[in-house]
Design a protein around this ligand. Structure first.
Ligand code: SF4
Length: 478
């Protein structure tokens, strides 16, 4: 439990049970346009999307978004609870914010999955408002009302999963687009259905409207995000149908799919994987290569099915980028089970394996198992998977040397030569070196440009980067 004291004066402190906040009205005496807000985001792409959308809303209303380590009138923390480590990070971030709030006399708002599970603890720690995930969309309303001196409880906010406003370029160059939330799968290790709720899909027309808005505002890359996107279902309209509508939308942009589950993939989905606007990269969650463990995890696919899906994708496009998540030390995981995971990971040559030592989540079926794996074994297995990941990553990246990529530049620096960095369509980091260093070349490579390059070499072992040269400098897209 956090030990941070409650640092606001009693007029702005939640009453017993955190039921109601009396706004001081003090802030309403100053100009709202001068107010500052700092965001801290933990966890998944969905949280990142939601924070970006909220930050854009505050910016549009005249607030100034400042860095998370700067003084601010309001701190908003979007938390995560997917593992014990995520809990620790969320708790530490909140404690730090409460301490800084004492120095700044500012507001602390906590939302996200950790908040859903630890409301009371957060209220006792001195957080001003704890907001449920499905009311997160309305955080601006709550904060703005507070600064106007109005009294509002977070539970008065409307439940609303999807009507986030299109993000403006607050934090990064690629726009995320929330298409789905929640999950009905109830994998035995996962707390997400409890903290994010049941599966819900954003209507396809609203997705296209949001997409057009972000393209019009200049984004050239859009990432579709959701908790379990392959279960997207807009009254019978499936994920592949929604994806097709997204890809058919006019404009010069490319689309990425963030993490997806390897079940419920239909033929239309596979045929879209070669669409020129769709990036050839999938983060396809594996979790284990053991049939027995997958069954215990209550996953919706077998290891053999996963392998077939991966091989099919790579048959159509041998350089297709597959990355994945693996949990090691799931209750009852034997050396043979683990060996099956290692073998499958080696065979499928992932570009990256995100490794999670199993972490019991309270209230889940796996947490109640009597066959918990000792921490030392989990640690050893995690180290093995990390080393397999490094090995397959290096082999995979190496295959790009001599190949072409289309890089979306994120930053450009002009020194003796002009160097830009960004990601190719396969979602590998690329450093583009342009020998031309005149003012003229500054017009050739600019952030948010697509640049066609040839990969010349691979550098770095643990964090590899592809070095490249523009293919036709005079033909670079601007
Ligand atoms: S599919 Fe399983 S792991 Fe993924 S969010 Fe749903 S319950 Fe959790």
């Amino acid at each position: 439990m956090p030990t941070a004291r409650c640092l606001r004066d009693s007029r702005s402190r939640p009453e017993a049970g955190g039921s109601r906040v009396q706004a001081t009205g003090r802030h309403s005496e100053t100009d709202a346009r001068a107010r500052t807000v700092a965001f801290h985001t933990l966890g998944c792409k969905l949280n990142q999307f939601e924070t970006e959308a909220l930050a854009s809303e505050f910016t549009r209303a005249g607030y100034r978004v400042v860095g998370s380590d700067e003084a601010a009138d309001c701190r908003i923390i979007n938390t995560c609870t997917v593992t014990g480590k995520a809990d620790r990070k969320s708790r530490n971030t909140v404690n730090r914010a409460v301490r800084s709030a004492g120095d700044d006399d500012s507001l602390v708002v906590v939302t996200g999955c950790f908040a859903a599970e630890h409301r009371e603890e957060l209220e006792q720690a001195g957080v001003t408002y704890v907001v449920e995930n499905d009311r997160k969309r309305k955080v601006f309303e709550l904060v703005d009302a507070h600064f106007r001196g109005e009294v509002m409880h977070p539970n008065q906010l409307e439940r609303d999963l999807f009507s986030y406003q299109p993000s403006t370029n607050v934090f990064r160059t690629r726009a995320m687009l929330k298409v789905q939330d929640g999950c009905d799968n109830f994998c035995s290790f996962c707390i997400i259905p409890k903290v994010r709720g049941r599966a819900a899909s954003r209507p396809v027309d609203a997705i296209i409207e949001n997409l057009k808005a972000v393209i019009d505002s200049g984004y050239r890359e859009v990432v579709l995000t959701g908790v379990n996107m392959t279960r997207y279902d807009d009254y019978g309209f499936p994920f592949s149908g929604m994806l097709e509508r997204v890809l058919q939308t006019a404009g010069e942009f490319r689309v990425r799919i963030s993490s997806i589950e390897p079940d419920s993939l239909d033929e239309r989905f596979f045929s879209l994987l070669t669409h020129p606007k769709l990036c050839p990269h999938l983060h396809l969650c594996l979790q284990s290569g053991s049939e027995r463990v997958l069954l215990q995890m209550r996953r919706q696919y077998t290891a053999a099915e996963y392998r077939r899906i991966a091989e099919r994708i790579r048959t159509d496009n041998p350089l297709f980028n597959l990355s994945t998540d693996v949990i090691v030390g799931f209750p009852g995981e034997t050396d043979e089970d683990f060996a099956a995971t290692v073998a499958l990971c080696r065979a499928l040559e992932f570009s990256h394996i995100h490794t999670f030592p199993y972490s019991p989540r309270s209230g889940t079926r796996a947490a109640r198992s009597h066959h918990q794996v000792p921490a030392a074994v989990k640690k050893r297995r995690a180290a093995v998977i990390r080393s397999v990941s490094e090995e397959t990553q290096h082999r995979y990246y190496q295959r790009f040397v001599g190949c072409s990529q289309q890089v979306l530049l994120e930053q450009v620096r002009l020194g003796r030569t002009m160097v830009g960095n960004g990601y190719g369509e396969h979602y590998l980091p690329v450093l583009v070196q342009n020998d031309r260093s005149s003012e003229d070349s500054a017009q050739v490579m600019q952030p948010n440009d697509f640049v066609d390059v040839t990969i010349t070499e691979l550098s770095g072992r643990t964090e590899p980067v592809l070095a490249a040269r523009p293919r036709h400098p005079s033909l670079v897209t601007t």
